[in-house]
Design a protein around this ligand. Structure first.
Ligand code: BGC
Length: 725
C-alpha cells in the first residue's frame, strides 16, 4: 500500500500536510486542507493555466479558485473542531494507489458525546473536472442532530489577493449549485458546479453559495453525505457534463486509471530503509498529479498544483528536472511540455528583441501568456523599505539552452522526426540565434558576459562554465538540425569555433566563472546544517555572498550530470569535491543531482546520503518547509537519482547505456524505461541485471561498457560492480 500517513493532528503541520496530501490529476489540484476551518490553514484549488495578474503587479499568479472542500459540521449544536472537545482516535492518509484522501476521527464533544467522523475526497483521474467528497458521521453515545453546511466558497484568495469577480450564481432543480466567476485581468471564465445527495436549505451570501443539510440520526446509525463537484474553465474546449454517478462509482473509474499508472510508471525498491520506497512513491504520485495530460498551453509550475509558491510559475525545473520522468514513461506528455515552449516562441523572440538580442530568449519565469513573469523585485527589506531587483529575468539565460537540451533529449529517446520537423528544429535554431547574439568578442574569442548560472548566489558573472557549454551544445545541435540553412551554418560554425569553453587550471579545477576561484572561502558548516533555509542571507548581504565562494546549488555539477561523458572521471571527482564543500544546497534542485554525480564517481555512500536528504526536502520533519507547495523539481530529481544515478542509465551516447551501482542498502530496484518506442523493464539486483521487453526486435545497448543485444530478455550476472576510481 502506498500511503502518506498523518498519525496525529497538529496545527503546526497543517499546511505541510496540506501540500503533501494534495489530490489532483494534472488539470486540477486540490490541497489536502481539512474540511473544517483552522487558523492559518490554506485551502487551495488550482486549475493548470488559470492565472491572473493582480492590478499593480508585474506577474501573474496561479489563481486560488472557489473552494468546494469545506464542510462545517455541527453535532448536537456544537461545531465540530479538533481544537475543542477531545480527539480519541485520529488517522489521516492519502492512498496513492487510488488517489483518495481519507480521515477518520473518534471525537468527543465538550458536552461529552462521542461521534465517529470519516471524511473522504478525491479528484478523478478518469474525468479531469470532477472532485468527489463523502462525509460519514456516526453518533456513538446517543441519537444526534447533525447539520452540515457546504457549497461553493468564493472567499478564497491568493494570500489576500482576490483574483475573481463573481458573475453568476444559480440553483438548478433544487439541487445543483452553480457559481460562475471571471478572473479580473486575464478574463478567464470558471464555472464550479456542485451537488450533495441530501435536501438542504440554500443560501447565497458574501460570495458563498451554500446548502445546509439537517438530520436526526439514531445512535450507531451512519449519516452519509456525498458531494460531487465539477470545475470547468474557458480554457476547456469541450463542455463538462455533470456526472450522475455516485462517489463509489466515480472512485472505481478513477482507481482503474491509478492502477494502470502504478503498473507502468512506478519504481519498486527493496531497501533496508522503507523510507526509500515511500519517497519514490511520493515523488511519482506528485509528478503525475502536477502535470497536464492533454493541453500543451499549460506546463508545470515550480510547486505543481500543490500551492501558491513561486506564483505557479514555470522555470527550467520543468525541462531539466520534471520532463525526464515523463519522457521515459509517457513520452507523449514530454512532447506536450516541449510544445508549450514552442507555442511561446513568439513571446521568447519578443523578449530577445526587447533586450537587444536575436532569436528566442525564453522568460526565466513563465505562466499562461508566455511572457516574462519574474517579479521585478525580491521581498522588501522592512528595515530600509527598499527592495532588491531580481536579476534572473535580465541575466539568468541558461534556461534557453536547457529547453534546447530537453528538445534533443526528447528526440534522442523517441526519434520523433515529425516533432523535429514541426517544432524542434526551429526551436533549436531560434535559441541558437539567441546565443550567437548574446556572445561578445573579447580576448580574441567569444565570451558570454554578465550572466547568472544555475547557482543563484553568484550574480553578474562572465563566462559561467555551465552556461557557455550549454550554449555551445545548443548551437551545435541547431546546426545538426538546420544543415540546409546556409546563412545560419556559416555563422554557427564560427560561433562554435570561437566560443570560450573554460577548461581545467593547473590545479585540475574548472572555474565556475571568470572570478569564482579568486574569491574568498568561508566555512559553511553552519549554513549547510540548515540547508534550504537561505540562512546565509541573514548573516551576509547578497553582495557579500556574491563576493565569496558560496554556491546555492549545483552549478558545474549540473553540467557533469547532463553530460556524463564530457569530462574525465578524475576531473569530475576533483571538481565535485571542491564545489560541494562550497555548496549550501539552499535550493531544492541541488542534492539529488549531487547524488547522481557522486554515484558516477563511485562514492556510493555519499550518493545514497544525498539521495535520502533530497527525499527529505518535502518529507522531512520541519513543520513549515513545504507550506506553500511541494518542490516539484526536487520530486523529479528523486526519480532522476534512481534512474540516472543508482541504475546508471546514460542516454548521452548513440546507444542506450546502463551500468548500475546500487547503494549498499538496496537489494533490488525495478522500473520501466521507454526508449525508441520500446518499453524495457529494468530489473536490478545486487548480483544480477535483467532487461526485458515484449517485442522481438533487436535493441543494441551498452552494459557496463560492453555492447549487447536485447531481444526479449537479457540477464547478466554481476557481483556488485564498483566504479570507484
Ligand atoms: C532556484 C532555481 C529554481 C527556482 C524554482 C530557485 O530557488 O535557485 O534554480 O528554478 O528556485 O524552483
Amino acid at each position: 500500500m502506498r500511503k502518506i500517513i498523518e498519525k496525529e493532528f497538529a496545527l503546526n503541520y497543517l499546511n505541510k500536510y496540506g501540500s503533501q496530501m494534495t489530490v489532483g490529476n494534472g488539470y486540477l489540484g486540490v490541497r489536502g486542507a481539512l474540511e473544517e476551518e483552522y487558523p492559518e490553514q490554506v485551502r487551495g484549488m488550482y486549475v493548470a493555466g488559470i492565472y491572473n495578474r493582480p492590478s499593480g503587479s508585474m506577474s501573474s499568479e496561479l489563481v486560488n479558485l472557489p473552494d468546494v472542500t469545506r464542510f462545517q459540521v455541527t453535532l448536537d449544536g456544537e461545531v465540530f473542531s479538533m481544537q475543542a472537545g477531545k480527539v480519541h482516535t485520529y488517522e489521516r492518509f492519502l492512498d496513492m494507489d487510488t488517489g483518495e484522501l481519507v480521515r477518520k476521527i473518534t471525537w468527543e464533544s465538550s458536552a461529552g458525546k462521542k461521534y465517529q467522523l470519516n471524511f473522504h475526497r478525491f479528484v478523478s483521474k478518469a474525468v479531469k473536472h470532477i472532485i468527489a467528497a463523502k462525509v460519514e458521521i456516526t453518533p456513538l453515545s446517543d441519537d444526534m442532530k447533525v447539520k452540515v453546511k457546504t457549497g461553493i466558497d468564493a472567499q478564497q484568495t491568493n494570500f489576500g489577493t482576490q483574483q475573481l469577480a463573481e458573475s453568476g450564481l444559480r440553483i438548478f432543480d433544487e439541487e445543483l449549485m452553480v457559481g460562475e466567476y471571471e478572473t479580473i485581468e486575464s478574463k478567464q471564465r470558471i464555472t464550479v458546479a456542485t451537488k450533495v445527495n441530501e435536501k438542504g436549505i440554500f443560501t447565497a451570501k458574501n460570495r458563498q453559495l451554500m446548502t445546509e443539510v439537517e438530520q436526526e440520526v439514531a445512535v450507531n446509525e451512519v449519516f452519509v453525505l456525498e458531494k460531487i463537484s465539477v470545475v470547468k474553465t474557458s480554457l476547456d474546449e469541450v463542455d463538462a457534463e455533470f456526472p450522475k454517478a455516485s462517489y463509489a462509482e466515480l472512485k472505481s473509474a478513477s482507481e482503474t486509471m491509478w492502477t494502470d499508472f502504478w503498473e507502468h510508471a512506478g519504481v519498486r525498491v527493496e531497501s533496508t530503509d522503507d523510507f526509500d520506497q515511500f519517497a519514490l512513491d511520493f515523488a511519482c504520485y506528485h509528478l503525475e498529479i502536477m502535470t497536464p495530460k492533454d493541453d500543451f498551453r499549460c506546463s508545470v509550475g515550480a510547486k505543481g498544483l500543490t500551492g501558491e509558491g513561486y506564483k505557479g510559475h514555470v522555470f527550467w525545473d520543468t525541462e531539466i528536472f520534471i520532463m525526464p520522468f515523463f519522457l521515459y514513461n509517457q513520452p507523449g506528455i514530454a512532447k506536450q511540455l516541449l510544445q508549450y515552449r514552442y507555442l511561446h516562441l513568439k513571446e521568447a523572440k519578443e523578449k530577445a528583441v526587447k533586450n537587444g538580442y536575436n532569436g528566442a530568449l525564453y522568460p526565466w519565469e513563465s505562466a499562461f501568456s508566455g511572457e516574462e513573469e519574474t517579479p521585478e523585485f525580491a521581498a522588501i527589506n522592512i528595515r530600509t523599505g527598499t527592495r532588491q531587483k531580481v536579476a534572473s529575468a535580465i541575466s539568468e539565460h541558461h534556461l534557453v539552452a536547457d529547453i534546447a537540451y530537453a528538445v534533443c533529449e526528447y528526440e534522442a529517446a523517441t526519434g520523433d522526426a515529425q516533432f523535429m520537423a514541426d517544432c524542434g528544429a526551429e526551436l533549436l535554431l531560434e535559441t541558437a540565434e539567441f546565443w550567437m547574439s548574446r556572445a561578445t568578442k573579447r580576448n580574441g574569442r567569444l565570451e558570454i558576459l554578465d550572466v547568472i548560472g544555475p547557482d543563484e548566489y553568484t550574480e553578474h558573472i562572465d563566462n559561467n562554465t555551465y552556461t557557455n557549454y550549454m550554449a555551445h551544445y545548443n548551437v551545435k545541435k541547431a546546426l545538426e538540425w538546420n544543415k540546409d540553412n546556409e546563412s545560419f551554418t556559416v555563422r554557427a560554425e564560427k560561433f562554435l569555433n570561437n566560443l570560450y569553453l573554460p577548461v581545467t587550471n593547473e590545479a585540475g579545477l574548472i572555474p565556475q566563472d571568470d572570478t569564482f576561484l579568486q574569491k574568498d572561502w568561508i566555512n559553511l558548516d553552519k549554513y549547510k546544517a540548515a540547508q534550504g533555509t537561505q540562512g546565509i542571507l541573514l548573516d551576509y548581504s547578497r553582495q557579500e555572498v556574491n563576493e565569496l565562494q558560496i554556491l546555492k546549488q549545483a552549478d558545474l555539477v549540473m553540467l557533469f550530470y547532463l553530460f556524463p561523458k564530457m569530462f574525465a572521471p578524475e576531473i569530475v571527482k576533483k571538481n565535485l569535491d571542491y564545489y560541494e564543500k562550497r555548496t549550501i544546497h539552499d535550493s531544492s534542485l541541488s542534492k539529488a543531482i549531487h547524488a547522481i554525480v557522486e554515484n558516477q564517481t563511485g562514492n556510493r555512500a555519499q550518493a545514497y546520503q544525498f539521495f535520502q536528504e533530497a527525499c527529505l526536502i518535502d518529507l522531512g520533519s520541519e513543520p513549515h518547509s513545504s507550506d506553500d507547495g511541494l518542490h516539484a523539481a526536487s520530486l523529479g530529481a528523486i526519480w532522476l537519482a534512481v534512474v540516472f544515478g543508482f541504475a546508471g542509465i546514460d542516454t548521452s551516447g548513440e546507444l542506450l547505456e546502463i551500468a548500475p551501482n546500487l547503494p549498499d542498502a538496496w537489494q533490488f530496484v525495478a522500473f520501466e524505461f521507454v526508449w525508441k518506442g520500446e518499453t524495457i523493464l529494468v530489473d536490478i539486483a545486487a548480483n544480477r541485471l535483467q532487461l526485458s521487453k515484449n517485442t522481438k526486435s533487436v535493441l543494441e545497448l551498452v552494459i557496463y561498457g560492453e555492447k549487447q543485444q536485447l531481444t526479449d530478455t537479457l540477464t547478466i550476472n554481476l557481483e556488485q560492480k564498483d566504479v570507484s576510481l
